[in-house]
Design a protein around this ligand. Sequence first.
Ligand code: NDP
Length: 247
Amino acid sequence: MTVESATPTSKVVLITGASSGIGEATARRLAASGHRVFLGARRTGLIAAVAKDIEAAGGVAGHHALDVTDRESMGAFVRAARDRYGRIDVLVNNAGVMPLSMLEALKVDEWDLMIDVNLRGVLYGIAAVLPLMREQGSGHIVNVASVSGHRVDPTAAVYSATKFAVRAVSEGLRQESRDVRVTVITPGLVSSELTDGITDSGVRGAVEGMMEIAIPASAVGEAIAYAVGQPADVDVSEMVIRPTAQG
Ligand code: NDP
């Protein structure tokens, strides 16, 4: 086991879905603050390139292949981070998909995918780190939900259901925890690759039109950095970050 140490304020932060968008921006932002980051995603070439970039800029970053829908893969990701850094302070459950469509289109495989990535993936992340955090007597789980976790719109029924569920799980975990902090991050419209997964061309066009007011992913990374940076006895329970122009 090789353990990389750093300054006392430097935390070990695992980020799922760090190959693009909010996850990538969060990794870069946290590393720039001196945190030691560990990036996971399926597109391993992209996470390797982001980690290399971070290290070239003087940061500390590792990476490991991760499919959040596979419990074994999540376990291997967390073990690799612990082997490298010796502990785990923060898990950012960020990986997500959003193939929006009307229910009547019966894109049942896409419903399953959203449940598997957006909900089951978050639960697998919690299951993989919670025993370690309890053992340490400290830790922080940051779950990326959405404003769609507060409201439901046509085409977003299943996506909203997964994000409502993420907020429910987070609140339950918060109430059960006295040593592990829990934060829900609730983004509004953010520029990323998320709309690429919409297979209904009409819905995709409409959503891409709405994205004209989207804010950069770095705005969400900034909010996550704030929550991570608070002292152990301060729990930032939820933050909503959305475009000023978003209704
Ligand atoms: P992106 O599509 O840019 O990023 C999604 C990330 O999730 C990618 O890194 C992707 O990596 C990863 N991912 C998808 N499936 C899996 C999987 N099975 N296993 C591991 N990683 C996976 O979108 P965003 O950055 O926008 O999305 C990040 C989070 O923010 C999501 O939870 C999304 O729901 C949420 N959100 C986004 C909003 C927006 O407007 N952009 C608004 C509200 C919430 P890879 O494909 O390499 O595996």
